[in-house]
Design a protein around this ligand. Structure first.
Ligand code: GDP
Ligand code: FE
Ligand code: FE
Length: 194
């Protein structure tokens, strides 16, 4: 086994200890899909596989853990008004660094941005994890095949597709929408109108 494979196995154990089996399997599939997108987009495959593996590390933590961590890591206090859907990325990145010892800033950023996306300046690794989370082989929603095809042709078009569809879906269901989800969408919409 290479040193990287050993690290990946050690991290897998720690991730599986934090999550239900269903969500852990999702993390493994995101890791695989991120590796594939990395190959197609000239990004380090191992870095993408590790980022995909850890992206939902904090998803099942009690709310109290996030509230404590927001203070401890000096994050924006407004985060306290949101919920696990938003916390597990932004706050989860800090927990991953602290508890798993992963210090690669690109991986931590990809975790931070994996729920809301980011404007067109979004780093490529973050785009990859964002799309792998949406397209992993266990995902089955109307349009998933089209979304996979679009993303294979253009990672950027995939990102915009997901932002458009997630925003519509959240609004249709009357969900509260986090401002960053809007600003990410707006930036890509402006960009694609050019
Ligand atoms: P998951 O962790 O693999 O389930 O996927 P994500 O991290 O992408 O999303 C977590 C949940 O947050 C999903 O149910 C999304 O639909 C939802 N979500 C994404 N953006 C927003 C938002 O702006 N506001 C709210 N309330 N939920 C969101
Ligand atoms: Fe997530
Ligand atoms: Fe996920």
């Amino acid at each position: 086994m290479t040193a990287f494979e050993e690290e990946l196995h050690a991290v897998e154990k720690k991730v599986s200890a934090q999550l239900s089996d269903g969500r852990f399997q999702h993390c493994l599939r995101v890791s695989d899909y991120a590796r594939k997108l990395a190959q197609e987009n000239g990004v380090d495959e191992n870095q993408a596989a590790l980022a995909g593996l850890v992206h939902d590390y904090a998803k099942e933590r009690p709310a109290e853990d996030f509230l404590v961590a927001i203070d401890r890591f000096h994050l924006d206090p407004d985060l306290k008004n949101w919920s696990r859907a938003i916390w597990h990325g932004v706050v989860g990145a800090e927990m991953i660094q602290d508890e798993l010892g992963i210090d690669d800033p690109a991986i931590l950023d990809a975790v931070r941005l994996h729920t809301t996306g980011e404007g067109v300046e979004m780093p490529t690794l973050a785009k990859i994890v964002f799309m792998a989370d949406y397209l992993e082989t266990g995902r089955d929603f109307p349009g998933v095949k089209e979304a996979r095809e679009i993303t294979d042709k253009s990672l950027d078009r995939g990102v915009f597709y997901q932002l458009q569809h997630t925003l519509s879906f959240l609004a249709e269901n009357g969900n509260v929408i986090y401002p960053k989800t809007f600003t990410s969408y707006n930036d890509w919409a402006r960009h694609s109108a050019e």
